[in-house]
Design a protein around this ligand. Sequence first.
Ligand code: HEC
Length: 477
Amino acid sequence: MFEHQRGVITPKPTSSSQAACAWTMLGLLAAAGLTACGDDSASSTSDGATESETEGDSEPRLTWYRDVEPIVRTKCTKCHREGGIAPFSLEGYEAFTGLSSFLAPAIEDEVMPPWPPDNECRAYKHTLSLSPEQQQTLLEYMAGEMPEGDPADAPPDEGPPDEELVPDVVIEMPESYTPSTSVEDDYRCFLIPWPEEIQDTRYITGTEIYPGETRIVHHVITYAVTPADLPQYQALDDAEPGPGYTCFGGPGPTNGTARWVGGWVPGQVPFHAPSGVGQQLDPGTTLVMQVHYHPIGAELTDRSSIGLELATAVDRRAEILPLTDIAWLASNGSMLIPAGEPEVTHEVRADHSHPIIQSAVNRLGLAADADLEIISAGMHMHLFGTRGRLEVGAPGGPQECLLDIPRWDFNWQSNYIFEQPVIFRSGQEIGVQCWWDNSADNQPYVDGQPVESVDRDWGDGTLDEMCLGVLYVAEAP
Ligand code: HEC
């Protein structure tokens, strides 16, 4: 059922000369405070220094405590902390300033913080990206003397974030799992039964994933499987020793009916549906948790869990649409990505008659052409993906951008919540477009060697591809 690839499969090592350069700097140049790596416009941002000098004021314009630490705390140390997912900590003045010449290029090139969506497409909640002002503050500070300043100048802590979730149930992996340290990436699915004590229909109004071992859990996606479909998933689990089963593209089986429930990547806050909106889950449901482990050499054990906020009734029901072209699922060349091609694109435009939209509308109990409110969007491709875009509009008319990911990165797929929801009306189409690079220079590595470029098509395997727009929709208010 799954195409198990032998050996260690990794995406092509990062091609960004930027990143390679940054790592070199960490090792060789950071201590000397030198910068190398092409034109270094960070060092030209001397306006601030000049400004404070001409004012004849000894007060530095930017200090760690007053200006920089608050940005680093909200935008970097969610991941860059002891025991966090990132490979080094940026907590504290010494840690941050000691690495400044290594950090500046990643900040300037917007490699960090990792935030794949193009903010010009639309505005999202809980963005991880730096605002232009924040980016400027960090770069200007790092180009200067980096004064520590006075802890008393630190802006007041805003207290616990309002996005905290109080779960009604916490559902845990049935047993712990220790990924092998000899693989670079391990995609594992775990079947988690719905708590027996919940005997009636509930609506999920919020989800939060609690990664058990944050040093190795790279992303988590959860799905719901009905009792009727469970045997197919159970068979996959039974076929493999140890807890869970290997799954890369999704929980399987191909064309399976598992519904998406929620996902998580590091740095993401809990998901809250808008008030009165929730996704229906019936008793007897089994959750499937797909965890992407990125082992770090040490033998580490994980037992992740998911917290759900549940309601017994909602005003508007929600569904997650994994929108794609049904024809592609047949893997018969209708989503062909020919060998050697550096830029291949496929697109589907779905109106209300599209089977995936129809089945969601049916489950929501709505008229076939009912308006749907789109609340958040994500995309799913595999390792050859380079760009993805979702849009909505009347055929041939102006399109509203929902999500544009100009540099697709398999490791940072997430779900982006719109600042302003969008209504998908009868007569409009949702466009899902994916781009791939299948040229010889963009092949994943197996056991340290790039694989040969061959024709690719839809499939669950690591070297197959997919193209999905993942939309959280509800009955329009
Ligand atoms: C959502 C988690 C997350 C956040 C937030 C984040 N980082 Fe990272 N960072 C990582 C991970 C994980 C890596 C390791 C490389 C990778 O997987 O992309 C990394 C790598 C880096 C690197 C090495 C660059 C490279 O391409 O190898 C630098 C520099 C860096 N981070 C700086 C920062 C700074 C500065 C911030 C805040 C402004 C930040 N990061 C915010 C997760 C994060």
